[in-house]
Every structure is written in structure tokens, then in C-alpha cells.
Design a protein around this ligand. Structure first.
Ligand code: FES
Length: 156
């Protein structure tokens, strides 16, 4: 996909006068094209009068921001406290194995992104995950497998 840097520059500029505008600009870029590519870092640096290293530091500090396009399907496993107490470590290990990719990575075939998230607002029904932005509660490994299989019948 060819990046429309002019459109991204215009999008970033809408946050130029916002206090702490870098974060909303990063969210806006990722919402628009699914990731924050390296080509956008100089635009952000210029707009917010920061060094490229500073912008890069923010992008890489927050796991939410990705520098490469996401997989076809985005899996997010809640790693916050309530889900931790209800077995999210074991669930996350199962998800990694099932998808064939580590947390914060994309599967080699580009089908899956495997990300951590910190609370989906389903704490009373932990452990929780989101699949393509859709939350799912009380997830067991078997239930996860069924959800994935229902996506395309082609789970690993
Ligand atoms: S801690 Fe997982 S949904 Fe709140």
C-alpha cells in the first residue's frame, strides 16, 4: 500500500495546537492506516518540534502503536489484573501457540496480530480478549479455538 503522506501530514496538522498533541496524532494515524510507519516519524517530529528520536521513542514505548501493518485479524489478550487473576498468563501462552506468533508480533503468514491489552472493561467476566475489536468474555483455550476457527476455519 502506498502511503499518502500529504493526507497524513494534514491529519497530523489537525493536532498541531493541541497540548500534548503527539499522542492524539499518533492515535489518529494508526486509526487511519492501521500503523505508524517510519515515514511518518519525520512529519510528527516537524509538526511538534521534536527530534525524530523523541517521536520514535514514544512510538516504541507504547505497545499499542505498531510500526508495521497489522495482521488480517487482530487478537488482543487482556493482561491486566483481573484477567491475570483468572488465568490470562496461561491463555496468552495458548494464544501464542495457536497463532504461531509471540505477543506484540504478527504471524509469518500475515493472518494474525497478537497483542496485549490492559483492561477491556470486562473484569467481572475475566479472562477477556478482543478479536478485531470485538470483546469476548470468560475465554478458555477451547473457547478461543472455537472463535478463531469460526473466523476462517483455517486456524493453525
Ligand atoms: S482486567 Fe481484563 S477486562 Fe479488565
Amino acid at each position: 500500500m502506498k502511503l499518502d503522506l500529504d493526507a497524513l501530514r494534514a491529519l497530523i496538522a489537525t493536532h498541531r495546537d493541541t497540548p500534548g498533541g503527539l499522542m492524539p496524532a499518533l492515535h489518529a494515524v494508526q486509526a487511519a492506516i492501521g500503523h505508524v510507519p517510519p515515514e511518518v516519524v519525520p512529519l510528527l517530529a516537524d509538526t511538534f518540534n521534536l527530534s525524530r528520536a523523541e517521536v520514535h521513542g514514544v512510538v516504541t514505548f507504547y505497545h499499542h502503536f505498531r510500526s508495521v501493518p497489522p495482521g488480517l485479524h487482530q487478537i488482543e489478550v487482556c493482561r491486566a489484573e483481573s484477567c491475570q487473576a483468572m488465568g490470562s498468563d496461561a491463555l496468552a501462552a495458548h494464544v501464542e501457540h495457536k497463532l504461531g506468533c509471540a505477543e506484540h508480533h504478527k504471524s509469518a503468514d500475515g493472518r494474525w496480530s497478537n497483542d496485549a491489552v490492559y483492561c477491556l472493561g470486562l473484569c467481572a467476566m475475566s479472562p477477556a480478549i478482543a478479536i478485531d475489536g470485538q470483546p469476548h468474555a470468560r475465554i478458555t483455550p477451547a473457547k478461543f479455538d472455537r472463535l478463531i476457527a469460526a473466523l476462517d476455519g483455517d486456524a493453525h
